[in-house]
Write a protein that binds this ligand. Sequence first.
Ligand code: NAP
Length: 310
Amino acid sequence: MAEAPLFKRAALIGIGLIGASMALAMRRSGLAGEIVCAARSEKTRETALRLGLADAAFASPRDAVKGADLVVLATPIGAFAQIAEEIGPVLEAGTVVTDVGSVKGMVFRDVAPHLPLNVHLVPGHPVAGTEHSGPEAGFAELFENRWCILTPAEDADQAAVDRISALWTAMGAKVELMSAQHHDLVLAITSHVPHLIAYNIVGTASDLETVTQSEVIKYSAGGFRDFTRIAASDPTMWRDVFLNNRDAVIEMLGRFVEDLIALQRAIRWGEGDTLFDLFTKTRAIRRSIIDAGQETQATDFGRRAKGSAE
Ligand code: NAP
């Protein structure tokens, strides 16, 4: 007899890049008996059905979660509080609620208070993504060999944590557990600040008056181009990230600015050794990322049309 799926009915609230990729990966491995979704726009709901991402698509998250034993919040994090408030009263006992948001502390602030005590919350963050959005951007391999960080509370239900861990492992990810606070600090420096720097440098270049836009575009292969990929990331998602991980981002940004000033000083005073030593150290960091299987040597950074970690 075939093994029973991990979940009977999975409800994906939000079916964009991440939700759609989860749907495809879950289908591929038969992880849910049934997959339903909720999305705001009719266009997204139609696309989800057309692509076979979900068996049913609802406008209301409340309708989508009825009868679900797994609920995944996969909208921009700024929408979590309202969705949790809406679905809380209709969640069934024993349901596991998780999310894929890029900030984790805020899940305990915005989601946890709305959930009944007999529902298990296991927040998660797949550290995988692209600059593309929407259900058509999803692909089943997105999470393969990428980390998924789970940040359950210390007193979380162990069986629920194990099931979410098994879900991500079956979708190809490597699972790590840490506290929400630690996650937010680590991701501030590995993801959030780098995105802010990319948004900033692309913004600065577009504001320059003495260098023309066409020159910026023409000579972009000099380095600028790689920042533009990151700076093309979804504006709503990233606005919400900065609004909800304020303290950690400000702390890491403070460190970054200090180090940048030190570099500015080294350039001013012609301290070549300082520059050379740093650039040698950073080259080794890139090598260790490649050695860890989180990137390839390929000249386009190994990216296909879609792919690569965020
Ligand atoms: P996305 O492609 O833009 O999709 C967002 C989905 O949420 C869409 O189905 C959208 O429906 C729905 N939605 C948007 N605003 C909503 C609202 N106010 N209420 C209800 N539904 C709403 O986003 P994504 O890239 O999949 O990101 C989803 C989550 O994953 C975010 O929390 C993000 O932090 C996290 N994440 C993203 C990445 C990445 O690289 N993209 C990586 C890891 C984690 P409509 O289409 O109908 O508007």
